[in-house]
Design a protein around this ligand. Structure first.
Ligand SMILES: *Cc1c(COP(=O)(O)O)cnc(C)c1O
Length: 408
C-alpha cells in the first residue's frame, strides 16, 4: 500500500491529516509536544467491527497486548474483545485492572518464573505452559495456594508456517511443548491437580498470505484434534493463534480477511462445532487489531543539504519506533509509509531522506522518498504505528524525552 492510501484511511481535513477527528496540527497543539503516538479510536473500533463481521460468531477474539500495552488501549479493547493474552506479570496487572474476568485472560511466553506463575494462579487466569518446568511451577503454586490452576498447553506444532515475518512454531523452538511430547505431558498433568482446558498453537506473526494462514489453521485443528484424545476431560479451550499481518511497505498488499474467514467458517462448521461442543475457537491478534490505527508524529527540526542530498532531521526516531528504522527483525530495510501530516493536499515533488535525531546512521525513517516540500516545524507522520512501537523500542538510547501517547 502506498502512503496516500494510508492518508485516505485516516481522512483529511483543512489540507491536513485527520486524527481523532481533528486536523493533525490542532492535535499536536493540544498535546503540546512532539514526538507523540496517536491512536485513532474510530479506526480501532472499525477494525474490531470488521473482524466480527467476517469471522464466525463462534470465534472469540483475543487481544495479544504486547503489541500495544498502553492502558487506555487495553481498557478500550477489553470492552470489545473476548479475551486478553498477556506475556508478563505487569501485562497481567494491566489486563486485570480493566475489570475483565480473570478466566478470560491467558498468560503465554517462555521463561515464566515461579513468582509470575503464582500471581497468575492466584488471580485465576489461564496459564499457557511452555515446558514441563512451567507445569511443575503451576502445580507448586496451586498446592501452596490451595487452588486448582487452569492451564492450557502451548504446542510447538510439527509443521512450520511459511511467509511469516517472525516464525514462532515448527522445528526446534523455545516456544511451546513439541507436539510429540504433549501426550506424555498430559498424562503427567492428569495426576497433578491442575485443570487442563486445552491447547494453544501460535505459529508465527506478520503473515499477509491468507492461503498460508488458512492452511496453518487447518493443520492446527487437525493437530489439536489428535491431541484432544489424550485430554482427561472435554476440550474447552482451542487457541488457534493468529499472525494476521498488516501492510508496511509499498509492495505489501493487505491480508484478504474474507478468505481467512471463509476457511474458518468451514473449520467451525465441519470440525470444531461437531467435535468440540465445549470449545470456542480463539483467534489471538496483536498487530492486526491495533497496528493500523496508530501514527507516530514527529516534527522537522532541521533541513540540510549534504553534497546534493536533502535531509529532513526530525525530533523523533528509532528510540521510539525501532521497526520503522528497519531494525526490528527485518531482513531488508524498507520505508514505512510516511507523509507530511500538515501538507497532505500538496504535490509530492521534493526528494528527501528523513532521519531521526540519534547519533547513528541506523536512525533512518525515510530513505530517498518524495514528499511535499517540508520546512522546519512541519509534522512528519509515520503510519502503521499502533503496534510494536514505543514499548518495542530502545527509549533510553541517547536519553531523549519519552514521547506522549494518546488515544483520541
Ligand atoms: C506476539 C504474540 C501474538 C501477537 O502477534 P501479532 O503478530 O501482533 O498478532 C499472539 N500470540 C502470541 C503467543 C504471541 O507471542
Amino acid at each position: 500500500m502506498r502512503p496516500h492510501e494510508h492518508v485516505a484511511r485516516f481522512g483529511t481535513i483543512d489540507g491536513e491529516l485527520r486524527v481523532g477527528g481533528m486536523p493533525l496540527s490542532r492535535l499536536a497543539a493540544r498535546i503540546g509536544s512532539t514526538p507523540f503516538f496517536a491512536y485513532d479510536r474510530v479506526l480501532l473500533d472499525a477494525r474490531v467491527a470488521q473482524l466480527r463481521a467476517a469471522l464466525p460468531s463462534k470465534v472469540e477474539l483475543s487481544f495479544a497486548m504486547k503489541a500495544n500495552p498502553m492502558p487506555a488501549i487495553v481498557q478500550h479493547l477489553a470492552g470489545k474483545v473476548d479475551r486478553i493474552d498477556v506475556a508478563s506479570a505487569m501485562e497481567m496487572h494491566t489486563a486485570l485492572d480493566t475489570g475483565i474476568r480473570p478466566d478470560r485472560v491467558s498468560f503465554a511466553g517462555p521463561g515464566k518464573i515461579a513468582a509470575e506463575i503464582r500471581q497468575a494462579v492466584a488471580a485465576g487466569i489461564i496459564v499457557e505452559i511452555e515446558s514441563t518446568t512451567e507445569l511443575a511451577r503451576v502445580e507448586a503454586a496451586g498446592r501452596s495456594l490451595g487452588l486448582t490452576p487452569t492451564i492450557a498447553i502451548r504446542v510447538n506444532p510439527d509443521f512450520a508456517v511459511k511467509g511469516s515475518g517472525m516464525r514462532m512454531g515448527g522445528g526446534p523452538q523455545q516456544f511451546g511443548i513439541d507436539a510429540e511430547q504433549v501426550p506424555q505431558v498430559l498424562q503427567a498433568a492428569s495426576k497433578m491437580g491442575v485443570d487442563v482446558l486445552g491447547f494453544h498453537v501460535f505459529a508465527g506473526s506478520q503473515n499477509l498470505n491468507a492461503e498460508i494462514i488458512a492452511e496453518a489453521q487447518r493443520r492446527t485443528v487437525d493437530l489439536t484434534s489428535e491431541l484432544a484424545e489424550h485430554l482427561p476431560g472435554e476440550l474447552r479451550y482451542l487457541n488457534l493463534g493468529g499472525g494476521f499481518g498488516i501492510p508496511y511497505t509499498e509492495k505489501d498488499q493487505p491480508l484478504d480477511l474474507d478468505a481467512v474467514a471463509e476457511n474458518l467458517h468451514a473449520l467451525v462448521d465441519d470440525v470444531i462445532a461437531p467435535r468440540f461442543p465445549h470449545a470456542s475457537p480463539v483467534i489471538e491478534l496483536g498487530r492486526y487489531l491495533v497496528g493500523e490505527c496508530g501514527v507516530y508524529v514527529t516534527q522537522v527540526v532541521d533541513r540540510k543539504t549534504s553534497r546534493g542530498k536533502t535531509f529532513l532531521v526530525v525530533d523523533g526516531g528509532m528510540h521510539h519506533q525501532l521497526a520503522a528504522s528497519g531494525n526490528f527483525g527485518q531482513a531488508i530495510r524498507r520505508n514505512y509509509p510516511l507523509a507530511v501530516g500538515n501538507r497532505v493536499a500538496e504535490t509530492a515533488d521534493d526528494g528527501v531522506s528523513v532521519v531521526g535525531c540519534l547519533c547513528t546512521p541506523l536512525d533512518l525513517l525515510g530513505d530517498d522518498i518524495t514528499l511535499p516540500p517540508a520546512v522546519i516545524d512541519d509534522l512528519i507522520v509515520i503510519f502503521q504505528q499502533g503496534a510494536y512501537g514505543l514499548t518495542a523500542s530502545p527509549t533510553a538510547f541517547l536519553g531523549h524525552p519519552a514521547p506522549a501517547e494518546v488515544l483520541v
